[in-house]
Design a protein around this ligand. Structure first.
Ligand SMILES: *Cc1c(COP(=O)(O)O)cnc(C)c1O
Length: 370
């Protein structure tokens, strides 16, 4: 595995992002979906830890029709970076903040006539149209409504451009997914009966857009897939993980058998040992419950983390690593080759999913794009 450590960066703990992998993943998704399906990459949660500003730039360059985020704060951060970005908020925006959505030309998810009316009025005040997508609840019971009459009333509001309609799958299994899809299509068809046409009908996230080609419709909303994380089962697409995380050994301690390490001496050296101090901790977004399970890779060898992980630092047992030195690179998250831990393995060890492992990586480790 190639490590693109940046010697000029102001910190040793670095998140390395392979932007070429993201470009290629995105191109492969576009190719898989074909001409008639638009791809709206989801770059919420600081672009799944990869750094929203840079990833937005890359994906906009690659021709993304929209950049989707979860919250207004995320959208405003991207709006500050460029006036040109087509931005989409997947989540709910509170009433008091809706004027900022209009002011910043952000496409907003709506699911109630009450909020739609408010948005419409705010847009009319500004002499513009607020662009919205209707959110249909087909069973997930998170956001959305299945009240067709309420949705129909939204269509005729003068200050709105109702550009799309969408729903989200629970991915509970083929039959349940199919039932959600059918319900979605029925509601969309019902609303289109009067001659109205949605430009975009969409329901597929990363997994669905690979496993269920028939669910791609006019648009797909892949997040994890863009970043090269595989969750699909039936379909296939060539993608690769774009993120890595590395650091350097800040200090080595040679300790005799029986010495404790870190808070509470939860780990005691079973023999004379060499312990490496590493300058990353749970405040960088590394799971604290990796204790006794996690490892870093130094000189191609797995080195178990020992003792309690601290906020900004942790310790690894490097007794078995020939020639180990202060300043050696330690791979925290790699691509799975050369004894490195990839995101899939990290998620299994930490007892969570891949998205959580990367979304929780904080802004504090410097991002290095190559
Ligand atoms: C986060 C999110 C997505 C993307 O999910 P992935 O599983 O990462 O592809 C798509 N749609 C909605 C509504 C989301 O909240």
């Amino acid at each position: 595995m190639n490590v693109h450590f940046d010697e000029k960066a102001p910190r040793d703990t670095q998140v390395l992002v392979d932007t070429q992998a993201i470009r290629e993943n995105f191109r492969n998704i576009k190719e898989m979906c074909g001409e008639t399906t638009a791809v709206m990459p989801v770059i919420k949660a600081n672009a799944y830890g990869h750094g929203a500003a840079e990833i937005a730039r890359v994906l906009y360059e690659e021709g993304a029709v929209y950049l989707a985020v979860a919250t207004l704060t995320e959208a405003l951060e991207l709006r500050a970076a460029s006036d040109d970005y087509p931005l989409f908020i997947l989540g709910h925006t509170p009433d008091r903040l809706l004027d900022r959505v209009v002011e910043n030309r952000i496409t907003q998810t709506v699911f109630s006539f009450r909020q739609a009316e408010l948005l419409s009025a705010l847009a009319e005040d500004r002499g513009v149209k607020a662009r919205v997508h209707l959110k249909v609840d087909t069973g997930f019971h998170r956001l959305g409504t299945d009240d067709v009459e309420e949705l129909r009333k939204i269509l005729s509001l003068p200050g709105l451009e109702v550009e799309g309609i969408f729903s989200h799958l629970a991915l509970a299994g083929y039959e349940d997914d199919m039932a959600q899809f059918d319900k979605f299509m029925k509601i969309a068809d019902e609303l289109e009966k009067g001659g109205f046409r949605f430009r975009y009908r969409h329901i597929a996230d990363s997994i669905a857009c690979v496993d269920y080609p028939e669910f791609r419709l006019d648009m797909v909303r892949p997040g994890a897939l863009v970043f090269g994380l595989k969750g699909f089962h039936k379909g296939h697409i060539e993608i690769r993980q774009a993120i890595g995380m590395v650091t350097k050994i800040s200090q080595l301690h040679r300790i005799p058998k029986g010495e404790g390490v870190s808070y509470d001496y939860c780990w005691k050296a079973p023999k004379d040992s060499v312990i490496a101090t590493l300058p990353f901790g749970y405040a960088d977004g590394y799971p604290r419950n990796m204790r006794d399970k996690g490892y870093v890779t130094i000189r191609g060898m797995k080195c178990p983390l020992v003792g309690v992980l601290c906020m900004d630092q942790c310790m690894a047992d490097v007794t078995h690593v020939p020639g180990v030195s202060e300043g050696d690179i330690a791979v925290i998250y790699g691509d799975g080759t050369d004894n490195t831990m990839d995101i899939q393995e990290a998620s299994e060890l930490a007892g969570t999913n891949k998205n959580e492992i990367i979304a929780r990586i904080m802004a504090r480790p410097v991002r290095v794009y190559y």
